[in-house]
Design a protein around this ligand. Structure first.
Ligand code: ARG
Length: 267
């Protein structure tokens, strides 16, 4: 909860007047606890993820998302954790879209590595080492800028509207890349262009990540058709507002750091 509040504060710090937020907003007509619900025809872009569609998606107990970088290491956001060192307080839930499923795989953390130099601006990445593997496919990270364009997929169990509750079922949505110039027009000096990548429907809004999606991956297909992680959900002003895209950690910038940090945790 402390981290959730921290995330909230971060959003407020960048100028949002909202308390919490909408993400995957097209889904807000869909009841979180109703497996049969369907998105309203009046909303665009978001739907429930299918079981097994994004097998590397993980929910973290402080109220964030993450992705399996290896079966023993979750890549998440720096603002989701409190620092680096031994830490057995986090539970990662994997292997399911339904957090209440009896099939859910729940594993405790052993260590946390927060991005070196993280101070609340940029560098919003962290690794969580798990006590045992989550035996599911992992998500590779982009190690060049080649895929920092096009349309991305985002997913998470976060809020479906500003101020909304967390979700039981994993939601996904597609968001187009927004370049640094356009994103900088929204966020000015709060954006760190070399370390952050923006995405969203700039003009119309309506699709975005939101509170509780932080730390989760933003990803797309590479030229070989494999999923590759290009972003980590980080912040935005409110959620899904026209003119205010979502801001994601630019994974390619930190790929080498992430790789060596993961090695230092034993892979
Ligand atoms: N900071 C939020 C969290 O901790 C993520 C906010 C993303 N906001 C957005 N408009 N894309 O969950």
């Amino acid at each position: 909860m402390r981290n959730y509040l921290k995330a909230l504060r971060r959003t407020l710090a960048v100028g949002a007047v909202t308390l919490a937020a909408v993400s995957l907003q097209p889904l807000h007509a869909q009841a979180a606890d109703d497996p049969g619900a369907r998105p309203s025809p009046t909303v665009v872009g978001g739907v429930r993820a299918q079981q097994g569609e994004f097998p590397w998606m993980v929910r973290l107990s402080m109220g964030c998302g993450g992705a399996l970088y290896t079966q023993r290491i979750v890549l998440t956001a720096a603002h989701c954790v409190d620092g680096s060192g031994a830490n057995t307080s986090i539970t990662a839930t994997g292997g399911v879209v339904d957090l209440n499923s009896t099939q859910a795989i729940k594993v405790k953390s052993t260590q946390v590595l927060q991005a070196p130099g993280y101070n609340g601006t940029g560098k919003d990445w962290a690794l969580i080492k798990l006590a045992k593997p989550i035996a599911k496919p992992t998500l590779k990270i982009a190690d060049t800028t080649a895929y920092n364009n096009g349309t991305f997929t985002v997913a998470g169990w976060g809020a479906t509207r500003e101020g909304g509750g967390q979700q039981r079922y994993l939601l996904k949505a597609d968001v187009p890349f927004v370049d640094d110039t356009a994103c900088g027009q929204a966020y000015g000096g709060s954006l760190t262009p070399g370390e952050e990548i923006c995405a969203g429907k700039l003009k119309e809004g309506g699709v975005d990540t939101c509170q509780g999606d932080s730390g989760g991956p933003m990803f797309r297909k590479d030229n070989a058709g494999a999923w590759v992680q290009v972003g980590i959900t980080s912040w935005g002003t409110g959620c899904a507002r026209p003119g205010y895209p979502g801001v994601y950690t630019e994974v390619s910038t930190f790929a080498a750091d992430i790789k060596s940090a993961a090695a230092s945790l034993g892979g």
